[in-house]
Design a protein around this ligand. Sequence first.
Ligand code: GNR
Ligand code: NI
Length: 178
Amino acid sequence: MAIKKILTAPDPFLKQISTPVKEVTKDIQVLMDDMLDTMYDAPGIGLAAVQIGFPLRVIVMDISWRNEDGKKEPYFFVNPEIKVKTKITSTYEEGCLSVPDQYAEIDRPEECEVNYLDYNGQKSTLHAEGLLATCIQHEMDHLEGILFIDYLSNLKKNMIVKKLIKSKKQSSKERIVA
Ligand code: GNR
Ligand code: NI
């Protein structure tokens, strides 16, 4: 169990296409455990392996743990593939741990069906709707090197990227002073 550093835009590492996992080995399970710790600590509701420096097709999610009852319901996805998605879209205000403190409304298919391997390497299918559907599609974009800001106009995207670069410079200065 370990908390890893989350890479942030415009790091070119986040732009790459992640590689399928051959087999869900103990190493992959350890990676998933570390991803979950990192996600809960951040805090976030999803994380793709590439965000902590492993460009593999692995995602963890838990959209329920910040509810009142605080019960954790983690989902693990290895080699996920979207099989069906609805033409009807819904809009959510999205954020991303790799795009800190920036939010934007994004349209995505309202429902989708995903095939994947679970934590134990078993083939599974998930029918997702609402926030779950939005989140899995956001995470699957990470596997293709896509961030939610890529859906915005160039103007909006450039403004966000400039802010991110500025705050990165600022925090590295603070590290030198400290
Ligand atoms: O924590 C997160 N919240 C979120 C909110 C709306 C849509 C998508 C997300 S995913 C994000 C965590 C993250 O960056 N995962 O890649
Ligand atoms: Ni993200």
